[in-house]
Design a protein around this ligand. Structure first.
Ligand code: ADE
Length: 244
């Protein structure tokens, strides 16, 4: 996967994605993150990239030319035009399903806005997807792109060392993940559930499924509506609800 990020703050992104699992994935060449400084494509000698909005109003707007020039430069050798994702609170809400879908692309371009926004014409000309990471306003798209790249990259084969750890996890099936425990078996008088020490894998799996159901019911009941529940799950939940 190759990510090209058009931004005014490339250092912020490079620093944010250079450590831990995403840093290792870059070292192993499983992913390639390129940042393109939009300011390098400024047309004037002052390297200005923004201007006052036509019609008046607060703040500055990013001008179309530097963004368009930068876009042309990174796509000049691509036969197939990659998707161009503009990070904006007006976009479609990012979620695990979108992360999985995007992880199957070979190349993605991200456009990070700043100030009051980006000139509408360049958005119309190059952007294929508008994406928001949530209903709040950030100062720019940089943090949003880091969130997206982290979530997408961990779904790319071999980025996580233990492949199964991306398999059963929160949001698979629209269920939250079961609780996890490690050594010591007793911590400040709190004991790890006996069943996890039993070595009985069938029972452990059943207990984990039930814990997922209970957690989702208590913490994110909205997810249960979309969850794929079988008869055993439904019976268990009914019983649990009655007991509560
Ligand atoms: N830019 C500013 N706020 C944003 C958000 N919530 N999501 C994506 N990009 C943004």
């Amino acid at each position: 996967m190759k990510y090209n990020i058009l931004t005014l703050f490339p250092d912020m992104i490079k620093q944010g994605l250079n450590s831990s699992i995403i840093g290792k994935a870059q070292e192993k060449k499983l992913i390639n993150i390129e940042t393109i400084n939009i300011r390098d494509y400024a047309l004037n000698k002052h390297k200005q990239v923004d201007d006052y909005p036509y019609g008046g109003g607060a703040g500055m707007v990013m001008q179309p030319e530097p963004i368009y020039e930068a876009y042309k430069e990174i796509t000049k050798n691509s036969s197939k035009k990659p998707r161009v994702i503009y990070l904006t609170p007006q976009g479609k809400k990012f979620d695990q399903t979108m992360a999985l879908e995007l992880s199957k692309e070979e190349e993605l371009i991200f456009l990070c806005g700043h100030y009051e926004g980006v000139d509408e014409r360049v958005i119309e000309m190059v952007v294929t997807d508008e994406v928001s990471i949530g209903d709040y306003i950030l100062t720019g798209g940089e943090l949003a792109v880091m969130v997206m790249i982290d979530a997408i990259s961990r779904l790319i084969p071999n980025v996580l060392s233990n492949e199964t750890s991306a398999e059963t996890e929160t949001f698979d099936d629209n269920l939250l993940e079961y609780p996890q425990y490690t050594r010591p078996a007793v911590f400040m008088n709190r004991q790890v559930p006996d069943i996890l020490l039993s070595g009985h894998h069938k029972n452990i799996n059943m207990w984990r499924r039930q814990q997922s159901l209970i957690r989702t019911y208590n913490k994110r009941p909205d997810l249960l509506e979309k969850a794929n529940l079988d008869e055993i799950d439904t019976k268990f939940l009914d019983k649990y609800c009655k007991k509560k």
